[in-house]
Design a protein around this ligand. Structure first.
Ligand code: PLP
Length: 404
């Protein structure tokens, strides 16, 4: 059997739909964020990155870099094992304590990524709690969906951010079954924010535990960067808060926080925690430095919000439609995969602007978009340059000025 032919047939189908993914080959430049070099067709060119999830530029912050370098020199490169067999380092425990404190919880548990933390935690909870039912927001991230699927627990999907639908679904379930309401705070593609208070109230009414993914909010919201649940004074009412170290904290890794028995339960039963090499201690040290800095400093958050507002206002002035939301994510809807790719290519080639086209399956077909994430390090001139480029392209491509 010619397997390559089988692979190629599916890849060709993706290409013909316009959904094939081309990755930009970037070379980040320390201290220059959001500038990076783009390697393409044997050439290397400076571009401004407009779609990074290093939302605050902390991946290049001097304190974070120093912490990582110091820890590499102190501990070496790798962890030396799984957490169970020789891989648990002092830096991991310091970071777990820092994370527990960030969310006002008793305990925290580190994973190799946010994806793995969702996958491992939800699959363990759903499979180990007898007769467990997981109520999942329809907009939840792939990592939560996969974790729930892997658990083989009963899954009930409620309409995105629709508390009435959640309540109707909870009310129809057996009163005695353990229930988990799983949702996100900031949804990364539309940038909308969940009505956390109402969701918590309904979950409490029906005795369900709450599982909140704050991946796109930690570091960015709340007086100490504890996420939207901190900003709204609700963290103590959420059973489990999950987050990443790879976005606003600028490093890599994922975590959960919650009660001591909950974290011990996941630590003891989650294969995605036990059977994999622990994060390098230097990664833990860098993440801790980043979290500590953002607990103290709101400057980055404030400056980011100022630049988000500035970009939105400039887009409005030029009549370029973008999706309204209360977060830092600015989606410009194109609604066609081929046009989205074409616009992204023009922006890169003609204007030195890098924004990745977002297509299916990251977003539903017909909602393809350019997703901009202004950071505190994007200057006013960067914003003017982007908006001039978009304005010019809008005219050239005669894209209908549709409202999102
Ligand atoms: N949860 C959400 C909502 C995400 O958008 C992502 C990644 O983009 C993850 C979890 C996974 O986090 P990580 O990138 O750390 O694996």
């Amino acid at each position: 059997m010619n397997f390559d032919n089988l692979f190629s047939a599916q890849l060709d189908a993706l290409k013909s739909e316009g959904n094939y993914r081309y990755f930009a080959e970037l070379e980040r430049k320390c201290g220059k964020f959001p500038r990076a070099a783009n390697h393409h067709a044997g050439e290397k060119r400076d571009v401004t990155v407009w779609c990074s999830n290093d939302y605050l530029g902390m991946g290049q912050h001097p304190k974070v870099i120093d912490a990582m370098c110091e820890a590499v020199k102190r501990t070496g490169t790798g962890a030396g094992g799984t957490r169970n067999i020789s891989g648990t380092n002092h830096d991991h425990l310091l970071l777990e304590a820092e994370l527990a404190d960030l969310h006002g919880k008793d305990a925290a548990l580190l994973f190799t990524s946010g994806y793995v933390s969702n996958w491992a935690a939800l699959s363990t909870l759903g499979s180990r709690l007898k007769d467990c039912i997981i109520l999942s927001d329809a907009g939840n991230h792939a990592s939560m969906i996969e974790g729930i699927r892997h658990s083989r627990a009963q899954k009930v999907i409620w309409r995105h951010n629709d508390v009435k639908d959640l309540e109707a679904k909870l009310a129809a379930l057996p009163a005695n079954a353990p229930k988990i309401v799983a949702f996100e705070s900031v949804y990364s593609m539309d940038g909308d924010i969940a009505p956390i208070r109402q969701i918590v109230e309904v979950a409490e009414k029906y005795g369900a535990m709450t599982y909140l993914d704050e991946v796109h909010a930690v570091g960015l919201y709340g007086p100490r960067g504890g996420g939207v649940s901190e900003r709204e004074g609700l963290a103590h009412r959420i059973t489990l808060i999950e987050g990443t170290l790879g976005k606003a904290f600028g490093v890599v890794g994922g975590y959960i926080t919650g009660s001591a028995p909950l974290c011990d339960f996941i630590r003891s039963f989650a294969s995605g925690f036990i059977f994999t090499t622990a994060l390098p201690p230097a990664v833990a040290a860098a993440a801790r430095a980043s979290i500590r800095h953002l607990k103290e400093s709101s400057t980055e958050r404030e400056q980011q919000q100022a630049q988000v507002a500035r970009l939105r206002a400039a887009l409005d002035r030029e009549g370029i439609p973008h999706m309204a939301n209360d977060s830092h994510i600015v989606p410009v809807m194109i609604k066609d995969p081929v046009k989205t790719r074409m616009l992204a290519d023009y922006l890169m080639d003609e204007w030195g602007i890098y924004v990745q086209p977002i297509n299916y399956p990251t977003v539903p077909k017909g909602t393809e978009r350019l997703r901009f994430t202004p950071s505190p390090l994007h200057s006013d001139a960067d914003i003017d340059h982007l908006v001039t480029a978009l304005k010019t392209l809008w005219r050239q491509c005669a894209i209908a000025h549709m409202t999102a």
